[in-house]
Write a protein that binds this ligand. Structure first.
Ligand code: HEC
Length: 204
């Protein structure tokens, strides 16, 4: 069952991307009208999330393959959007990160807007070996330290990747957690620790 707005949004994108490019304007406008008709605003799930921003517009109209000359600038714009912690610390507590990675709550019509939004990471990634139920849309993150090494910039890379995945892969399927305000600074730090702390089960 699809419980999750990220997947609902991804399905909408797939539908629009699959439309023939030649009659783009006409089909697109009709498809958008049909989709909008089927959605009702409810609770914190308002209709503004059906609108695409500039980057999504480029991805949606190029089958997720923007021309090479645009890619560098588009990704630089996304990276410029990342806000790093004022205290300069990018690693938090992996135990809280694991709880967050497990939680798929948040941003749906029945959610209390006062409660934190979950990270939803296991829906797409293998992470800790203790969790045997996971999705495979994204690559495995198990043994992430070994995979990516311990070079000095790795924490910064992981923080920014979670904050805005499109800064490194223009039309990434991974939600831009910091950019859309789903995850707060402390939560992203906790997820960085889940992937990079040597004590985390991910790296055992
Ligand atoms: C809807 C699916 C989806 C969700 C949910 C998702 N990811 Fe991803 N993620 C991907 C995909 C696809 C990739 C590979 C393509 C890319 O890099 O954008 C990826 C790549 C990554 C990478 C880069 C891996 C590397 O080797 O450098 C990291 C780190 C990551 N995800 C962490 C997370 C974390 C942490 C969460 C939860 C907060 C999460 N992802 C949630 C789909 C997802």
């Amino acid at each position: 069952m699809i419980k999750n707005i990220f997947f609902a949004a991804a399905m909408g994108t797939l539908l629009l991307t699959a439309l023939p490019a030649a009659a783009d304007g006409d089909y697109r406008a009709k498809a958008i009208a049909v989709i909008k008709k089927d959605f009702q605003p409810h609770g914190q799930a308002s209709l503004d999330r059906l609108a695409e921003d500039g980057l999504q517009a480029v991805c949606n109209r190029t089958g997720n393959k923007p021309p090479e000359y645009m890619v560098k600038q588009l990704e630089a714009d996304q990276l410029a959007d990342v806000k790093y912690p004022a205290d300069g610390k990018l690693m938090g507590d992996w135990k809280s990160g694991e709880k967050l990675a497990q939680s798929g709550r948040g941003f749906t019509w029945s959610d209390d807007p006062g409660l934190p939004v979950g990270g939803n990471c296991y829906n797409c990634h293998q992470i800790s070996p203790k969790e045997t139920s996971f999705g495979t849309i994204g690559p495995t993150l198990y043994q992430f330290l070994k995979l990516r090494g311990t070079q000095p910039d790795i924490q910064k890379y992981v923080y920014s990747k979670i904050y805005n995945a499109k800064a490194y892969n223009t039309c990434s399927d991974m939600p831009r957690f910091g950019h859309i305000g789903a995850l707060k600074e402390k939560q992203i730090k906790d997820l960085v620790a889940l992937l990079l702390d040597p004590e985390s089960p991910v790296n055992k």
